[in-house]
Design a binder for this molecule. Structure first.
Ligand SMILES: Nc1nc2c(ncn2[C@@H]2O[C@H](COP(=O)(O)OP(=O)(O)O)[C@@H](O)[C@H]2O)c(=O)[nH]1
Ligand SMILES: [Mg+2]
Length: 312
């Protein structure tokens, strides 16, 4: 089942909420959007929720667990994010260590320049607010998570801010969301992809899609097939990312788990966005393979919907 899941890919702006299970991500988004959300799908599986509010897409990801392909997908989301919102339950002393570990893992994945917001959530449970829980103070959180780094060596890398919130009562949620929206970069991330081919390390072509007509494609098909042929040995042994340039195109090869994804675009395409596209599509493909939900025509339809130029 992939129907409906194209909308998250299509969006140019994506806010990714990450945190351990029960940190309060779903409550936060629901409460903030106050009924204007439309929960599209969770169809790519893996407990990732997609919530659409106006023109923004919120991807809610429960961190934890270690299956390699899950982590790969989280990484992809983090790399596509225009803003990161990390939600932490200040009363969850048992899993603080785990949360710290994931927080810094996410920071490593995120592209530089992307704002990161830390929600110290569930402040309504603090004793001074009438709650009955042992909760971490702001100072303790900053110290435990080593958040001072954002004021020193990471200062140029990300705008960072910590908010003490209650997703339940709504305290500080508007302020926090205002901060993140004010920092959203207004840029388009989708490059002009011309052709995409997915193959495996036996040389078998599994998926082959052209997003442009023959004239525009030029030699892309020939070049891509060649690149695959030359790299099946490497893909068999380890994961790789490679970059090629031909007379009028740039081509990116990404291989993972004995599969290769090769994407071509016009020469002016931005390398980094093209790489992210290739990685995202390969992640999506592999996830569907593992879950036995891959179906060639639906996969093609999904990607065609995303990359094809509107017909005039
Ligand atoms: N007291 C309190 N409970 C909260 C808060 N945010 C979430 N919760 C509760 O924590 C539980 C998990 O919340 P949920 O949003 O599903 O967490 P998620 O797994 O991160 O999406 C639910 O019972 C929520 O009602 C908060 O700020 N204060
Ligand atoms: Mg949730």
């Amino acid at each position: 089942m992939i129907k409906g899941s194209s909308s998250w890919l299509k969006k140019t702006k994506s806010i990714v909420l990450l945190g351990l299970e029960t940190a309060g991500k779903t409550t936060l988004v629901n409460g903030w959007a106050r009924g204007i959300t439309s929960r599209t799908t969770t169809t790519i599986g893996l407990d990732i929720e997609h919530v659409e509010v106006g023109n923004e897409i919120f991807n809610l990801i429960d961190l934890g667990g270690q299956e390699a392909f899950r982590v790969t997908l989280w990484k992809t989301y983090a790399q596509m994010a225009q803003a990161i919102l990390f939600v932490f339950d200040i009363t969850d002393s048992q899993r603080t260590k785990e949360a710290v570990k994931w927080f810094w893992q996410v920071e490593e994945w995120v592209q530089s320049g992307i704002p990161i917001m830390f929600c110290a959530n569930k402040i309504d449970l603090k004793k001074e607010k009438g709650g009955d829980k042992d909760a971490m103070s702001l100072e303790e959180i900053i110290k435990t998570f080593d958040l001072q780094r954002f004021g020193s060596e990471l200062e140029a890398e990300h705008s960072f801010r910590i908010f003490e919130t209650s997703a339940l009562t709504g305290e500080n949620i508007d302020k926090a969301m205002e901060w993140i929206f004010n920092r959203l970069q207004k840029k388009t991330t989708a490059p002009d992809v011309r052709k995409l081919v997915i193959g495996d390390s036996t040389g078998k072509i599994i998926c082959d899609i052209a997003f442009a007509d023959e004239v525009e494609l030029g030699n892309d098909d020939f070049e891509i097939k060649n690149i695959i042929k030359m790299n099946i040995d490497i893909a068999e042994r380890h994961d790789t990312i490679q970059f090629f340039e031909s007379a009028d195109s740039v081509i990116i090869l990404v291989s993972r788990d004995k599969h290769l994804c090769v994407v071509s675009a016009p020469k002016k395409a931005e390398y980094n966005s093209l790489r992210i596209v290739a990685e995202t599509i390969l992640s999506l493909f592999l996830t569907q393979q593992y879950e036995f939900t891959y179906e060639e025509n639906m996969f093609k339809e999904l990607l065609l919907g995303f990359f094809s130029k509107p017909t005039v």
